[in-house]
Ligand binder design. Structure first.
Ligand code: NAD
Length: 499
């Protein structure tokens, strides 16, 4: 059976800890690999490698660091089939979707290629007579990234390419559910010529994460995952003086106005609700239909589309939706559907009993659709993270906006309408970090920044784009004066001001 190790100082290492976890293929429900789980000593080895590589790496001119990214980008493209296969086998998503996972990550690598420009500082001549002021952004040191299972390529690539081109060295701790793709990503960094120790990876669970959060030589931690863990990461790492960005879970609403094109809205909801079996942090899990007629028409349009979803193993090129990631996820989602029925929501389509010949042990669910969901129900309150869409009926636009704004999460939202006035009002007033107008999954492109509000993000810096550059650098302001030697001006004890 495949054994997945750590990656420290440019090579695969087993580490000192002998603890392991199983990695499953969710389409067949069988263990296909085991992954090493790092101890604090293993994390410390990775930190030591990252620290040793830091002085030389951070002293390289940004253009030289950028050149590694150009090569890395080419390697990601050349190896995209292999990376997509690794993702699909362990995560369950389709090969095409897995390629999208890699490609959205590559876009951040392309952004990082522009680091010489992005790190350009500010300069002001003569802030006082003969005094100049300039600001530069410098690396923060050894950084760490802790990532979730649902985007095993994109989310690691949100982090380390930008962190290292900013002059830092890095330790990645990917999800223990699908670590093969991240391991290949860091190997490819070596193939791109990035020096050993600049990018390291430890596999592990809470023990490894805690060692990262409390390690005195790690300066910054990026995290993406569920809200309870994000909140813990933020408070623990911040209490040890680290810079932290911790992105959490989501409950994304799409408001459908009465004037929306119902075909377009339904198509958008199918992709956003059931793509990747609903396991995207930007998945739409709640459709808020404004008015009963809108709701009736929306449900009518959704039903045949959900019934026609092609479900199967991710490796089959004809399928659109794969299994969910683990048996635990399968049981949790099924349990929440049971709860929705118990609580009185109308289960229009029931995906619980979906089975596939030849894949009876796989973690497959069909698409489920609930109508008449209300705010007090568990299926509304919890992030289901599965192929389950809830329709909430709102009597008017104001009620819909209030509902979105009351929600504890603030990751993404969308409005579908033909009315520019409503769309503008929505984008202005909605308390959410990423907003789509007739765009159901408004994931910002790499040169803008990704992040939610409220309990979807702890810390204040979003991922990638200029926010990413700011997170991985510290600002230094320098004031300089070169007085003529031999000219004495005397001393002064008053606060220096402009006279
Ligand atoms: P998770 O929170 O279970 O795990 C994320 C990471 O934290 C993993 O590396 C895991 O090993 C580690 N971890 C898990 N439990 C821990 C604990 N108790 N202490 C310390 N570390 C722990 O998340 P997941 O199930 O892998 O991913 C799905 C979640 O991630 C969903 O909630 C989804 O919304 C969220 N997510 C958010 C975004 C975003 O950008 N906001 C993006 C993708 C996923």
């Amino acid at each position: 059976m495949k054994s997945l190790t750590h990656w420290i100082n440019g090579e695969r290492v087993d580490g000192q800890s002998t603890r392991t976890a199983p990695v499953f293929n969710p389409a067949i429900g069988e263990q296909i690999a085991e992954v090493r789980l790092a101890s604090a000593a293993d994390v410390d080895s990775a930190v030591k490698a990252a620290q040793a590589a830091l002085p030389e790496w951070s002293a390289l001119p940004p253009l030289r660091r950028a050149r590694f990214m150009f090569r890395y980008n080419e390697l990601l493209l050349a190896n995209i089939d292999e990376l997509a296969e690794l993702i699909s086998v362990e995560h369950g998503k389709t090969i095409e979707d897995a390629k999208g996972d890699v490609t959205r990550g590559r876009e951040v690598v392309e952004f990082a290629c522009g680091i010489p420009h992005l790190l350009r500082g500010d300069f002001t001549e003569d802030v006082g007579t003969g005094v100049d002021a300039f600001s530069v952004r410098q690396a923060v040191g050894v950084c760490a990234g802790i990532t979730p299972f649902n985007f095993p390529a994109m989310i690691p690539l949100w982090m380390f390419p930008l962190a290292i081109t900013c002059g830092n060295t890095f330790i990645l701790k990917p999800s223990e559910r699908d670590p093969s793709c991240p391991l290949r990503l860091v190997e490819l960094a070596k193939e791109a010529g990035i020096p050993d120790g600049v990018v390291n990876m430890v596999n592990g669970d809470k023990e490894a994460v805690d060692a990262i959060l409390t390690h005195p030589d790690i300066s910054a931690v990026s995290f993406v995952g569920s809200t309870p863990v994000a909140s813990y990461i933020y408070s623990t790492a911040a209490s040890t003086g680290k810079r932290v960005q911790a992105l959490g879970g989501a409950k994304n609403h799409m408001v459908v106005m009465p004037d929306a094109d119902m075909d377009q809205a339904a198509d958008a909801l199918i992709g956003a609700g059931y793509g990747s079996a609903g396991q995207r942090c930007m998945a739409v899990s709640v459709a808020v239909a404004v008015g009963d007629q809108t709701a009736d028409s929306l449900v009518e349009n959704l039903v045949p589309r959900i019934q026609e979803l092609k479900i199967g193993p991710g490796g089959d090129p004809d399928i659109e939706m794969g299994p969910v990631v683990t048996e635990q996820a399968y049981d949790r989602i099924k349990g929440l559907i049971d709860k929705g029925v118990e609580e009185g929501a109308e289960l229009v389509l029931d995906g619980r009993d979906f089975t596939m010949q030849g894949y009876e042990n796989g973690y497959f669910l069909g698409g489920s659709l609930f109508d008449r969901v209300t705010e007090d129900m568990e299926i509304y309150k919890q992030e289901i993270f599965g192929p389950v869409l809830s329709v909430v009926r709102a009597p008017d636009y104001e009620t819909a906006v209030d509902l979105v704004n009351r929600n504890e999460y603030g990751n993404g939202t969308a409005i579908f309408t033909k009315d520019g006035d409503a769309a503008r009002d929505f984008t202005d007033r909605v308390q959410i970090g990423m907003v789509g107008v007739n765009v159901p999954i408004p994931v910002p492109v790499a040169y803008h920044s990704f992040g939610g509000w409220k309990r979807s993000l702890f810390g204040d810096t979003h991922m990638h784009g200029m926010e990413g550059v700011r997170f991985y650098t510290r600002l230094k302001a320098i004031t300089s004066r070169w007085p003529k030697s031999g000219v004495r001006e005397g001393h002064s004890l008053t606060m220096p001001t402009m006279q």
